[in-house]
Design a protein around this ligand. Structure first.
Ligand code: FAD
Ligand code: NAI
Length: 465
């Protein structure tokens, strides 16, 4: 008979859950992971990070081939066309290989995959597909799903969420994106590059809330130059299917006259909310906070002994790498080790072109906290590699403590900002000062030299501006 009693049961096999399961098994704990999807890897691998980056990559290739970037370099193309089926097939291959890779790692580490939907029956017991299981430790890693817009029905044909936007069978003439956040701008970029007119409707007075103020303004300028229509301080008061498309009613966020926008597709991307429905948390003695999240302490323990929670279902940024690091830490804590995640240093990247990346505090956050700081900025225009590649949009901004010079935040817009932010995160994790970065030798010619120069600018002595 199959085993029903484990040291650890993880609920959910996303980046948080599958990583927690692997580390728990590596540490010698008898581990099972419950997942209701057909494949492992959660939102990120199946309908999030991976398929979206595949389409971002493919659509960038198309844009370069068809809109002049290659031609500028003397690479002449003609008759460039999109075969959307082939694009989706290649994306599906990446997803299949990566989700299959997790299944392989589960086998390798002898992790039992319990297929189905888990619900608590007690503090250390759950049921899955009619079978009861017990565990000394249960880790909730159930992730998040799309926040619905009241009164708007997502049919994933015309009115779509991110999952629908990853699978459109044809390029819409006009895509209206509700929400100028990460998903709206990434998936909006995909379809704009493939030929759609894209209108972004954002409730707040600027896109990308949470990012540094200057970065947000610059990003908007760049996206507008690319052809995005961006309508901030605007709310959507209705979406109605009409014929093969939809009519979106918008009005000023502060109130005023309504107007309508016709669209072939409408993407609802106004945020994500934690998944706890159907878990029967009350049977375990657990409750959620006002935002629907499961609260945890520094060790990822909930208020019920033996129950832990990580990833999107807990407070903090909804990011795969945050969930993964918490997965490692929670397993180490369960095994009696000391698992720690430094939540002050979690990088965030928007994979548009250029990319937008951030780690640590923004100027606004420091102002609110009354902390004195110094800023060093360096434009990508003056970076030799960006200039060589003829891809010079953006800047690097390093913020350091005015008294100690310790780096408090780094914010970047640059073609490869997502790669550049790693060095900033590492420097901050090691408690670096801006002087430490300024005096670290950086290879030439690299985009990363702009980080060094921005750090030099904090000292008031950049070389190349
Ligand atoms: P999830 O990945 O959501 O996994 C939870 C899993 O639990 C799911 O598979 C679900 O089926 C399962 N589950 C839930 N309840 C139960 C239950 N009761 N029983 C059994 N199984 C259950 N983040 C990044 O860092 N970088 C990116 O580039 C990025 N791109 C994204 C693009 C899109 C379009 C989206 C939607 C998200 C993106 N994210 C990205 C966010 C990222 O996907 C999430 O932060 C990450 O997946 C969270 O991991 P998790 O393990 O907490 O939960
Ligand atoms: P988001 O929180 O990034 O952006 C939502 C936007 O919608 C905000 O700007 C908000 O002000 C706006 N908004 C909210 N209600 C609105 C309304 N009624 N009308 C108009 N605008 C409204 O959420 P998004 O883009 O849905 O992404 C969800 C999560 O997925 C993010 O929190 C992010 O962490 C994660 N993600 C991460 C990615 C990455 O790391 N590259 C990529 C995609 C998603």
């Amino acid at each position: 008979m199959a085993e029903t009693n484990f040291d650890v049961i993880v609920i959910g096999a996303g980046p948080g859950g599958y990583v927690a399961a692997i580390r728990a098994a590596q540490l010698g704990l008898k581990t099972a992971c419950v997942e209701s999807r057909e494949t492992l890897g959660g939102t990120c691998l199946n309908v999030g990070c991976i398929p979206s980056k595949a389409l971002l990559h493919a659509s960038e290739l198309f844009e370069e081939a068809s809109h002049g970037t290659l031609a500028k370099w003397g690479v002449k193309t003609s008759g460039v066309e999109i075969d959307l089926d082939a694009m989706h097939a290649e994306k599906a291959k990446a997803v299949k290989e990566l989700t299959g890779g997790i299944a392989f790692l589960f086998k390798k580490n002898k992790i039992e995959w319990l297929k189905g939907q888990a619900s608590f029956t007690g503090a250390n017991s759950i049921q899955v597909a009619g079978t009861a299981y017990t565990a000394k430790n249960i880790v909730i890693a159930t992730g998040s799903s799309v926040t619905p817009l009241p009164g708007v029905t997502i049919d994933n044909e015309v009115v779509i969420d991110s999952t629908g936007a990853l699978a459109l069978p044809k390029v819409p003439n006009h895509l209206v994106v509700i929400g100028g956040g990460v998903i709206g701008l990434e998936l909006g970029s995909v379809w704009r590059r493939l030929g759609a007119k894209v209108t972004v409707v954002e409730y707040l007075d600027e896109i990308l809330p949470g990012m540094d103020g200057e970065v947000r303004k610059e990003a908007r300028k760049i996206f507008k130059k690319q052809g995005f229509e961006i309508r901030t301080s605007t709310k959507v008061s209705g979406v109605e299917r009409r014929g093969a498309g939809a009519v979106v009613t918008v009005e000023p966020a502060a109130g005023g006259a309504a107007e309508t926008i016709e669209a072939d597709a409408v993407l609802v991307s106004i945020g994500r909310r934690p998944n706890t429905d159907g878990l029967a948390l009350e049977k375990a003695g657990l409750a959620v906070n006002k935002r629907g999240q499961i609260e945890v302490d520094h060790d990822f323990a909930t208020n019920v002994p033996g129950i832990w929670a990580i990833g999107d279902v807990t407070p903090g940024p909804m990011l795969a790498h945050k969930a993964e690091d918490e997965g490692v830490a929670v397993a180490e804590n369960i095994a009696g080790q000391t698992g720690i995640v430094n939540h002050e240093v979690i990088p965030a990247v928007v994979y548009t072109h250029p990319e937008i990346a951030s780690v640590g505090k923004t100027e606004d956050e420091l102002k609110d906290a009354g902390i004195d700081y110094k800023v060093g900025k360096f434009p990508m225009m003056a970076n030799s590699r960006a200039k060589t590649n003829r891809d010079m949009d953006g800047f690097v901004k390093v913020i350091a403590d005015a008294r100690t010079d310790r780096v408090l935040g780094v914010h970047i817009i640059a073609s490869v900002a997502g790669t550049m932010i790693a060095q900033a995160a590492q420097a901050m994790e090691f408690g670096a000062t801006s002087e430490d970065i300024a005096y670290t030798c950086h290879a030439h010619p690299t985009h990363s030299e702009a980080v060094k120069e921005a750090a030099m600018a904090v000292q008031g002595l950049p070389i190349h501006i």
